[in-house]
Write a protein that binds this ligand. Structure first.
Ligand SMILES: *Cc1c(COP(=O)(O)O)cnc(C)c1O
Ligand SMILES: [Zn+2]
Length: 557
């Protein structure tokens, strides 16, 4: 049975604009407000929870409420379905009875960004994106890097140079183009946006992206399904905690989780909403401070003063307004903790309950300790803390010297960059080689594309039959052609014949990549007309790159 999202529609959160959900419009075409996707909840409520019984425990079990059209575009590495752990020793120490840890370290790349990456990269694939840009404080770049390998998407990650070298190296190991920006995260986002404008490349919309927010709902759904295993059910089949605690940067997690619980409440699967506790670092707590001051919009923190770069967003934008309203109307809390308190919480969790995590995750536990001691959270309440991530070390010797490029933001630059200051981007000007891939099988084509993308700055054009391929070559004038022999319409031999007849095309080097055993006659048809014959399944990525570089060199001389 093909499961589709239940007739989703796009609605503006500000005005009355609506349309059927066919495109992921991040902003309302009428008023520029934030959009949300809503589904046919009645239909889903009838199917759930029974329909979920036979599905694997991963984030895709909630398929009907996720904004992807075709399952064929799904990019998955086993994300979601993380354990809910009871922190028994911590409970004992704090005199609490129900502290649970949602162990998001157990995602494929070690953070809860894997949910976001899985859905966002799937949606990018559905949109036909093959090259994309992301600005990140670390974990989004790591996760998007891993997932984009599967989708054959070339990724540019713009990271503030404050990101730990462990995280930077992890991004690079996946073949992502790493660009270090010597500035704050907010400046890094601006540099990335400018690069995207100049290059005409797709840029990830961060919290404005529907896919990203919707992915975070699955954290809420899973917790609601898992809690009854510990606490039993009440009047509804699933159960929401009293508190959901998370360290917050841009606010994607709590915004998505909140929507998830609202959907479950609307469908009658839970009987109440949890309260949100959003924790930030004292040295970068724009949401906490603005809430305390009763401001509607967060005042940006221009110079974050915290060692915990992963969550140091100085200008959180619309999420801040949204979360402040939720917490004002439904209860909940904002809290700021010092780096010292965070590091202490990190030790406590590792030493008491065997859960070692990265500082950005420990910040949530420090927040929990603070809210318990202030009596905001009661000791008998059911609390779920998102243990949002863990850092993997990638050893230094695994990467070549030049694995990152640097964009210098002048130190005297204002915290919010102006256009003219982005001249530093000129360093990134690209000396791109253009490569055409004519390959019948989309998956073989994706592999070739991926190999090239992971190793250099190539612009890649693909066609899956000879006729389209020839048109593409005439239009794009690539530097090298990778040619399959078995193709519909016009096969590889025919393409070669056509190329050799045209003066502008006859000198473009051609590498034939084939799965076919060639007859003597066929060998003869190729001989002298191609650079190299590569047999599928017999060459490695290095062989391929070497041949391409060689072909490019001969073409130039
Ligand atoms: C991204 C991140 C957060 C904060 O996420 P929000 O976007 O603010 O929800 C917290 N912890 C870790 C480990 C993260 O990677
Ligand atoms: Zn609108």
């Amino acid at each position: 049975m093909k499961i589709r999202p239940a007739s989703p529609r796009l609605e503006c959160t500000r005005c009355s604009y609506q349309e059927p959900f066919t495109r992921a419009l991040a902003t309302c075409p009428k008023c520029g407000g934030w959009t949300e996707v809503y589904y046919d909840y009645e239909q889903v409520a009838q199917a759930w929870p029974a329909a979920l019984r036979d599905r694997p425990f991963d984030m895709w079990r909630y398929r009907e409420l996720l904004p992807l059209w075709d399952d064929a575009n799904r990019v998955t590495m086993g994300e979601g379905g993380t354990p809910l752990l009871r922190a028994t020793n911590l409970e004992m120490m704090m005199g609490c009875s129900n502290i649970f840890v949602k162990d998001e370290r157990q995602g494929p790349t070690g953070s809860f960004k894997d949910r976001q990456a899985a859905l966002s990269i799937s949606v990018m694939r559905e949109m036909g994106v093959t090259e994309a840009i992301v600005a990140s404080t670390g974990n989004v770049a790591i996760s998007y890097s891993a997932y984009s390998t599967h989708a054959g998407i070339k990724l540019w990650a713009f990271l503030t140079s404050l990101v730990s070298s462990e995280k930077m190296r992890e991004v690079a190991i996946y073949g992502t183009q790493v660009v270090k920006v010597t500035g704050t995260y907010d400046q890094t986002k601006q540099v990335a946006a400018e690069f995207s404008r100049r290059q005409g490349l797709h840029i990830d919309q961060g919290i404005r992206s529907i896919a990203a927010r919707e992915s975070m709902k699955t954290v809420a759904f899973e917790i609601a399904e898992q809690l009854p295993l510990f606490l039993g059910t009440g009047s509804t089949p699933w159960r929401a905690p009293d508190w959901y605690v998370q360290s917050v940067s841009g606010g994607m997690g709590p915004v998505g989780v909140w929507k998830g619980y609202q959907e479950l409440l609307g469908m009658g699967l839970i009987d109440r909403l949890p309260r949100l506790a959003c924790i930030q670092a004292e040295g970068c707590a724009p949401m906490v401070r603005s809430f305390e001051k009763g401001l509607d919009e967060a005042e940006p923190v221009l110079h974050p003063q915290t060692l915990i770069i992963t969550v140091a967003t100085g200008s959180p934008g619309p999420a801040s307004t949204y979360l402040a309203r939720v917490i004002r109307e439904h209860g909940g809390a904002f809290a700021a903790v010092s780096d010292e308190e965070t590091f202490r919480a990190l030790h406590v969790m590792a030493k008491l309950d065997g859960i070692s995590m990265e500082p950005a995750a420990a910040m949530a536990f420090a927040g929990l300790f603070k809210l318990l001691s202030e009596g905001v959270i009661q000791r008998d309440e059911v609390v779920v803390v998102n243990c949002s991530g863990h850092t993997f070390p990638v050893e230094k010797h695994l990467l070549e010297e030049d694995w990152a490029r640097t964009v210098e933001v002048p130190t005297e630059a204002p915290p919010i960059l102006e256009e003219g200051l982005l001249g530093s981007l000129d360093n990134l000007d690209r000396n791109v080689q253009r490569i055409a891939i004519l390959e019948d099988s989309p998956s073989a084509s994706r592999l070739l594309r991926r190999i090239l993308q992971a190793h250099g700055d190539y612009q890649i054009f693909e066609a899956h039959d000879g006729r389209t391929g020839l048109e593409m070559i005439r239009r794009e004038r690539p530097d090298v052609i990778l040619l399959d022999l078995m193709m519909p319409e016009i096969d590889g031999f025919g393409v070669l014949d056509a190329l050799k007849k045209e003066d502008e095309l006859k000198d473009i080097p051609v590498l034939v990549v084939t799965a076919k055993e060639l007859t003597a006659g066929e060998q003869k048809r190729l001989s002298g007309r191609i650079e190299k014959l590569l047999e599928k399944g017999t060459f490695t990525d290095e062989d391929l790159l070497e041949e391409i570089l060689e072909a490019l060199n001969t073409a130039r001389t």
